[in-house]
Design a protein around this ligand. Structure first.
Ligand SMILES: Cc1cc2nc3c(=O)[nH]c(=O)nc-3n(C[C@H](O)[C@H](O)[C@H](O)COP(=O)(O)OP(=O)(O)OC[C@H]3O[C@@H](n4cnc5c(N)ncnc54)[C@H](O)[C@@H]3O)c2cc1C
Length: 387
């Protein structure tokens, strides 16, 4: 897809300019590093700084907090362009914006915003969102991390697993979903901002991942971790609602990673189909290969329209939870299908570590699991149908 062509009525001039700028950045500054960072499972502090300098941290929040004040579609196009080249960097940006910065901006007090957001938009630090635990994956009510209020401080105990942007030197802290007591026999969930330097905060990287190997995934343990009660995000007992609202927005960015990854895989497969000869002709001339590519292009067109329309609904202040779920479900599933068919087009060469498509084939797999598995998204969409 040509970055300079307007392919959708929702796309405006500033979207085209942004796409060209991020594409150039991804191709000139990320592409050459992506293979080695993936192989060595290394989170790059300097590349993270560059992502910040490119204005990708806080892209949709006001300039007064260091953001760029752009619309959702701009953010989504930026994530899409990063994932077209490297999903790990796209994941760092998506998690930091949708799950790190946006909750603080949407629910934080002015004091919390002034304290945290300028450093989180600079590129020096990233912020994480801690929902998942050993017994809490799809079912957030399984959260066991507990925060007890004593003498003006929350004392937090528990641990969070698989948390993006939580364990590298750039990680400044986490918004943790905790239990803060009970109301009418039901657990009261609250979101608490926990800075990394807090007493009793232990962050460790999780290694040996199949996916997003150059992104920072960690485990956070809170051992009598002490934070001032002013670190409560939003109201006490509203944590579950905050989490659900945040994840609706997060799903758009996971969908964007799926779309960008699928676009990158498609472009690689198309180029190869034109250059690889068997039986004295390019393999793309065989109908079975040409039809695979035609199906890929069709899926990309549908995915892009679905995702951009969901962004438009969000920016128009219309309900968008169902559309975000549909976009995330569809974009993540076509990423799987397109990466798989791309490997098929490459034949054995696609199975080699040296071939970029191998990384894309692995990286797509998290997209049907994180921020609502494909099964849970179908449950959610069917509920919107009254089922
Ligand atoms: C690289 C990476 C980064 C991540 N980043 C973060 C992060 O930043 N913050 C965070 O909080 N978490 C993060 N996660 C965790 C991720 O969001 C969870 O793993 C995900 O929500 C699924 O939870 P689970 O793995 O416990 O699976 P489970 O919930 O145990 O599900 C297992 C299987 O059962 C199915 N299942 C469960 N319930 C139902 C149901 N009701 N109906 C039908 N099927 C069902 C699921 O669809 C799935 O197939 C990350 C994970 C990874 C791998």
């Amino acid at each position: 897809m040509d970055a300079t062509v307007n392919i959708n009525p929702l796309i405006k001039k500033h979207h085209i300019e942004l796409r060209s700028r991020i594409r150039h950045f991804a191709e000139t500054e990320i592409e050459s590093l992506a293979k080695e960072l993936d192989e060595e499972a290394t989170f790059s502090k300097s590349l993270t700084k560059r992502l910040g300098e490119m204005g990708l941290f806080g892209i949709s929040i006001p300039e007064v907090y260091g953001g760029k004040d752009l619309d959702t579609l701009s953010y989504i196009i930026a994530v899409e362009e990063l994932a077209r080249v490297d999903s790990s960097q796209a994941a760092t940006v998506a998690a930091h914006n949708s799950l790190g910065i946006v909750p603080i901006f949407n629910y934080g007090t002015e004091k919390q915003k002034r304290h945290l957001l300028p450093s989180l938009t600079s590129g020096d630090y990233v912020w994480a969102f801690g929902l998942t635990e050993a017994d809490a994956g799809s079912d957030a009510t399984g959260v066991k991390t507990i925060a007890e209020l004593r003498d003006g401080y929350y004392i937090i105990n528990g641990s969070k697993l698989f948390i993006t942007n939580s364990a590298s030197v750039c990680s400044a802290g986490v918004t943790a979903l905790t239990i803060t007591g009970e109301k009418e026999g039901k657990k009261k969930f609250s979101a608490i901002l926990v800075e990394r330097q807090s007493e009793g905060y232990i962050a460790e990287p999780i290694r040996n991942k199949m996916v997003w190997r150059a992104a920072d995934t960690g485990k956070i343990t809170f051992r009598n971790c002490k934070v001032p009660k002013e670190n409560l995000l939003g109201e006490e007992g509203k944590g579950a609602r905050i989490m659900l609202e945040i994840i609706d927005g997060g799903r758009l960015s996971i969908a964007a990673i799926g779309l960008g990854l699928a676009q990158g895989a498609f472009e690689m497969a198309l180029e190869y189909a034109k250059s690889r000869h068997q039986f004295n002709q390019p393999i793309g001339k065989f109908q079975s290969i040409a039809f695979k590519l035609a199906d890929m292009e069709t899926k990309l067109e549908l995915a892009r329209n679905t995702l951009y329309k969901a962004c438009w609904q969000k920016d128009s202040n219309l309900p968008y939870a169902k559309e975000a779920a549909i976009a995330k479900l569809y974009c993540s599933e076509i990423a799987k299908e397109i990466a798989d068919e791309a490997v098929q087009i490459f034949g054995s060469y696609g199975l080699m570590k040296d071939n970029k498509i191998e990384r894309f084939y692995r990286d797509q797999r998290i997209l049907q699991i994180g921020e609502g598995t494909s099964e849970i998204l179908r449950v959610l969409i069917s509920r919107h149908l009254g089922l």
